[in-house]
Design a protein around this ligand. Sequence first.
Ligand SMILES: NC(=O)c1ccc[n+]([C@@H]2O[C@H](COP(=O)([O-])OP(=O)(O)OC[C@H]3O[C@@H](n4cnc5c(N)ncnc54)[C@H](OP(=O)(O)O)[C@@H]3O)[C@@H](O)[C@H]2O)c1
Length: 329
Amino acid sequence: MFLLKILKKLNFIRNILFFYFNIFQFWINHIKIIMNKNNYYYNIFIYKISFKKMSLSLIFLSILILIICLICLRQYLKGGVCKNKHDMTNKIIIITGPSNGLGKESAFDLLNHNAKVIFACRAEERTMKVINTLPENLRKNATFMKLDVSSFKSIINFVNEVKQKYDKIDILMNNAGAMPIKFDWTEDDYDSYFISLYLGPFLLSALLMNHMNKDGDAKIINLSSAMHLWPMIEKGDIQKYKNKDYMKAFYQNSAGSKLYNNTKLFIIYMTQYFAKFCEKNKLQIKNVCLHPGLVQSDFFAKINRSNILQSITRYILNFVLNLVSKNPV
Ligand SMILES: NC(=O)c1ccc[n+]([C@@H]2O[C@H](COP(=O)([O-])OP(=O)(O)OC[C@H]3O[C@@H](n4cnc5c(N)ncnc54)[C@H](OP(=O)(O)O)[C@@H]3O)[C@@H](O)[C@H]2O)c1
């Protein structure tokens, strides 16, 4: 059966190749005839009647090139896929923001590996709806705990609750994140996006570190992004993030993506810092960060569209993204 499928696929590819080979031959023959000076009038005649065919083949060729480019771009942007079937019974895993997108699919996958997953989310109702979609055997290992990563108070309360309920944590996955879209100064005297994308994961990791599994298997996984390659950091930026007026102006200049790129770079620095810290203090915790590839999620749907230009940009962006990005499942 499997062999038959492969043969069918090969046949299909062969037919396509033949089709394009014929077009290629057709072109070469006509170029040869046209170049032949002895047959000039005849060639002009042939050229005219086959002009339609030539333009058709040109269109086909362009479509083929476009499809190949899109497939290559998709392959490049989608990154790797984990095919690990490791049994994770008794592992306790915290995922921040698994009510949607990557966090949700990671949580479902880990539950399928028999791990116990703590759904650390700010919206209880939304998260419970997600948990309730799980079959009974997986649902029993899924626990909701309230956490808003854009609030220091919420993070501290969450950590205290975790320490009371669980003896140890095996994996912390700092996943929650959103594209900064509006100015939102919090009671912690920082912009809420700056906290949720950088300071929050930093505090959460630091507070949970001494409560993590000591058998050498513990991990802190941080979601960064390839966008860290385009940071726009000015000297002393990190100090300016404490300045309310500076941050307000920042959003007025629609610099949300600038803040996002910068925080994703800070997350990499944070991972390196904690890796060194753990090594120095003999804490057996692996600190890793990753770019998940380009994934279809709610992430881009939340991008601002307060004016027509932004709406059009968003639709074009979504269209292109749907063509080249992978499904979180
Ligand atoms: N999608 C991509 O192509 C892509 C590429 C590179 C990196 N990433 C990174 O991957 C991570 C997940 O992205 P995604 O695409 O899965 O996005 P998503 O579908 O928008 O999901 C983000 C999740 O984070 C939660 N969240 C946001 N702010 C929070 C807060 N203050 N407290 C608690 N939870 C909060 C959201 O919960 P609510 O429902 O409560 O808002 C949601 O469940 C992000 O860190 C993102 O930067 C994504």
